[in-house]
Design a protein around this ligand. Structure first.
Ligand SMILES: [Zn+2]
Length: 283
């Protein structure tokens, strides 16, 4: 595979566009970088501050790819010859462009709006000058169209009064305080906090938890699932002490310690051992 440094036009480096170029090349050469097998099940969607969003067509593959995340990041950065990707977030769903779904329509209308933005003659000439030095015709056309898209997007954002994210200063829509990456980071932190609270007070329900931490029901559910899975995984390794079992039972049934009894513990634990759907106990 041709190394990326060979094809990066010098002018891009001068203009500070080389990072964007490396990133776009990852999208463009995805198939070659990750290999045919992975490419069959995935599609890179977007990248934001080193966080790469990838659509995956099945949860089995999602799990598989989670296991090889580090090596995939290494591969991508090796190709880009720069630390372009710092993390990957997988999203299960169709890897085809969903043009019929609601989301597809929103995306479509947004991209239609961006397409409708007009560039000045000078802007187009500037982009052409930049890409002129790329020898391969196919690549030249690809880079040209992505730079046009980028230029239109920047103009669109200015028109729409995008403002800098309160944390990292990336441009984001007027109604959002934070950009996607910062929102995800904040969510992960809240999930981590709920996890800690649930470890101390496993019987808590969402409405009670909200008194301690401002969080959504989704975040609460995530934290609870993580803790349950973590405890079950540990139990598979060793015979758990009674305290661990009662913690898990409280977590699964929202039972306060004073209402725990042997019957409940036994019933719940036997279900856990039979690997019944442990998440079905409560919301
Ligand atoms: Zn941000």
């Amino acid at each position: 595979m041709e190394k990326i440094a060979v094809v990066i036009p010098k002018a891009f480096q001068k203009l500070g566009l080389h990072h964007k170029f490396r990133m776009e090349m990852i999208f463009y050469r995805w198939h070659e970088i990750v290999g045919a097998e992975i490419a069959c099940h995935t599609r890179p969607i977007s990248m934001n501050h080193g966080l790469l969003f990838v659509a995956v067509n099945s949860s089995v593959w999602c799990h598989h790819l989670m296991m090889m995340k580090e090596s995939l990041i290494k591969k991508l950065n090796h190709f880009a010859q720069s630390k372009v990707v710092t993390d990957i977030k997988y999203q299960t769903g169709s890897i085809q462009r969903q043009e019929n779904s609601d989301k597809g329509e929103i995306e479509l209308s947004l991209s239609a709006k961006i397409r409708s933005i007009l560039l000045t003659k000078e802007e187009v000439a500037q982009i052409r000058q930049l890409t002129d030095s790329i020898e391969t015709q196919e690549l030249r056309q690809h880079v040209f169209s992505l730079l046009v898209k980028d230029c239109k997007l920047t103009k669109y954002k200015k028109d729409q009064h995008y403002h800098p994210c309160a944390k990292c200063r990336t441009l984001c829509p007027p109604q959002d305080t934070y950009c996607t990456v910062c929102s995800i980071e904040a969510r992960q932190m809240r999930i981590g906090e709920i996890y800690k609270v649930l470890k101390e007070a496993p019987w808590l329900q969402y409405r009670e938890c909200k008194n301690f931490i401002e969080c959504s029901a989704f975040e609460f559910r995530k934290a609870r699932q993580q803790l349950i899975l973590q405890m079950i995984r540990e139990m598979e390794k060793t015979v758990p002490p009674p305290l661990v079992e009662s913690t898990l039972v409280m977590l699964l049934t929202s039972t306060k310690p004073e209402f725990l009894n042997n019957d409940l513990i036994e019933k719940t634990m036997s279900k856990v051992r039979r690997k019944k759907n442990v998440f079905a106990y409560r919301q």
